[in-house]
Design a protein around this ligand. Sequence first.
Ligand code: S3P
Length: 189
Amino acid sequence: MSVDLENLDIDKPIVLVGMMGCGKSLIAEKLVSAMGVALYDIDAMIKDDEDRTINEIFADEGEAYFRTLEADKIDAVLAEGLCVISTGGGALKTPRTLENIKEKAVFVWLDVDIDTIYKRIKDDKNRPLLQGDNPKAKLEELLAAREHLYKQADIRVDNSGDPNDTVAEIGDKLSFFLTPKVDIEGCHP
Ligand code: S3P
């Protein structure tokens, strides 16, 4: 069954997770434009708040500082009801983030193979964790360390093809999360 994304009867946020370069930002934009709900892009919110780039935050303060900002932001937006939240690829490393997302959201893993990810982001200088000598090996290492977290998602969708197909597939799979309706007439106390 496919759901009407414009009238989605779900009362919790839809959170996109997955590796850097898996297409979370694009899919998030497509979902919010189909659904007419708010978009919370966690990296963009952190950059705005801090008035510096993610590279600068990592370089100036270290990864642990960034992870605390990230977890706090995610906690705050999880209270927003139906919306779309695009997270950074390492967000689930923070245990409270994983627990909160599992409890309060429908969470969607955009699964893309490393070769495709590498082709997409090999020239991108905005990802501090990939600025070493062998970014492809680093991507493989990060995926190996994170795959067990992504695998806990409610919905897994391959996003190596047409992003419009990905959105349609998310719509299909969201039908399992519709808010149950109480049938008042059939209810006899
Ligand atoms: C990170 C992914 C980045 C950003 C930061 C750390 C990661 O977000 O949060 O550079 O640990 O995988 P994207 O997944 O949007 O690239």
